[in-house]
Design a binder for this molecule. Sequence first.
Ligand SMILES: Nc1ncnc2c1ncn2[C@@H]1O[C@H](COP(=O)(O)OP(=O)(O)OP(=O)(O)O)[C@@H](O)[C@H]1O
Length: 234
Amino acid sequence: MDQIVTIRDVKVVFEGAVILKDINFDIARGEFIYLLGTTGSGKSSLLRLLYADLYPTEGVVRVNNFQVNELDKKDIPFLRRSVGVIFQDFELLTDRSVEENLLFVMKATGWSNQQKMNNKVDELLEKVNLPRLTKDKMPHQLSGGEQQRVAIARALVNDPDLIIADEPTGNLDPKVSRAILDLFKEINESGTSIIMATHQHSFLRVNPERALICEGGNIKDISKEQVQQKLDLT
Ligand SMILES: Nc1ncnc2c1ncn2[C@@H]1O[C@H](COP(=O)(O)OP(=O)(O)OP(=O)(O)O)[C@@H](O)[C@H]1O
């Protein structure tokens, strides 16, 4: 099977403390995976490995044909163009409009045709179910859910093959969180692989998918079928 992520014998050590060890898993192209685990269990560290924000102490990290554990600093932008990263706190540029936030990433990643950029902004807003007029708003004029939709639009600028989402609904109320989960589902159904760290176990009931559980430095790999059989995940 075609794998978008391959992790082999990965170990992460911070200041002498082993955070992750003997980590092995693959993500197939098109798969949706949850990353679960208590606070401090290593979820963010595991995700950071995937976009070269953290290098493993040992082991192999391959993402979309990039050998990330050996990636030269100058090649990191190429990896990051093929993945989209989404955080809990949105991380939008607060002094720029929604449109400027999207254009900023486009220009930084080599876009230059103004008409194509304008069209892409409209296409992205439609994709994340935001009205076109949203583009003139400043982030502080938007609700948390709307800001997260803009952050998702920004992550989709270069049609990534993989979305890496670290607790994307952590700051949102349950109803808005469900709507954001539905959006991730739609994005996944259009072919993009997704790995999402979350504390919201209820997501597994509404959208059962494979789950990796971080605990004690290791990973428990629960297949989609096992999740569907409503295994006890705690
Ligand atoms: N840069 C760092 N230097 C030292 N220790 C770190 C660093 N980053 C993370 N850690 C430690 O590594 C462990 C795992 O942290 P990580 O943020 O990956 O966990 P997490 O599962 O994402 O937690 P949360 O659910 O709270 O986001 C924690 O004990 C944390 O204190």
